[in-house]
Design a binder for this molecule. Structure first.
Ligand code: FE
Length: 205
């Protein structure tokens, strides 16, 4: 059995947003799919550790903003590398609008949004699979959708400089940024994803 077969599955990338009682949040997922067309339904699988998963469970609704090839790495850092439990991702964030269901969708680096209402929530252990009826949507741009492979090759910064080959470095476990040096300063903050020194691992490239 070659487990790399799983790598052959292709994924899109999406910002998943939801809200309850005026508390908005969003996170990045790669698991949105249309599952039926009549009626129009989509499914998403969301890790239970994501604050957005909890918001969807409580509110029964969510938006998917489809990330395009114009998405910046900053957008991935903003929605993907920090938790809405610790901060308000929409405080001072202007690249968003509210759709008819009252939830935010993202207007920068996206090419469409889809609003949906949860019909079923299936407990998968680490994740919840939500099956939801589409109740609104719009196209925002003609830029092609970003695949996970496109993100890896074109959007994510090249974080391993060739000069460090064979050396001991510290790698950010969140975004892959590489710090060159034997010792990492205790107060170091990742310049890409803003995570602290405790999220770095010492490794040899
Ligand atoms: Fe990082």
């Amino acid at each position: 059995m070659d487990k790399k077969a799983m790598y052959k599955l292709s994924y899109g990338l999406f910002i998943l947003t939801s809200a309850i009682e005026g508390k908005d949040n969003g996170c990045i997922i790669n698991t949105a799919s249309q599952v039926t067309s009549e009626p129009n339904r989509i499914s998403i699988a969301v890790n239970k550790s994501n604050f957005t998963q909890w918001l969807i469970e409580k509110s029964g609704k969510f938006n998917i903003s489809v990330l395009s090839e114009a998405a910046s790495f900053d957008t991935f850092c903003h929605f993907g590398f920090q938790s809405g439990r610790d901060m308000d991702k929409f405080a001072g964030y202007s690249d968003c609008k509210r759709s008819i269901n009252g939830l935010y969708y993202i207007t920068a680096g996206t090419n469409a949004y889809i609003s949906a209402k949860v019909e079923q929530a299936i407990d998968l252990g680490s994740h919840t699979l939500f099956i939801a009826a589409v109740d609104n949507m719009d196209v925002l741009s003609s830029v092609p959708s970003a695949t996970y492979a496109y993100y890896q090759s074109e959007i994510k910064p090249k974080s391993t400089p060739s000069s460090v080959a064979g050396k001991t470095v510290w790698r950010c476990s969140v975004c892959g940024y590489v710090y060159e040096g034997e010792e990492l300063p205790a107060d170091f903050v990742c310049p890409l994803c803003k995570h602290p020194a405790s999220d770095f691992e010492k490794t040899t490239i």
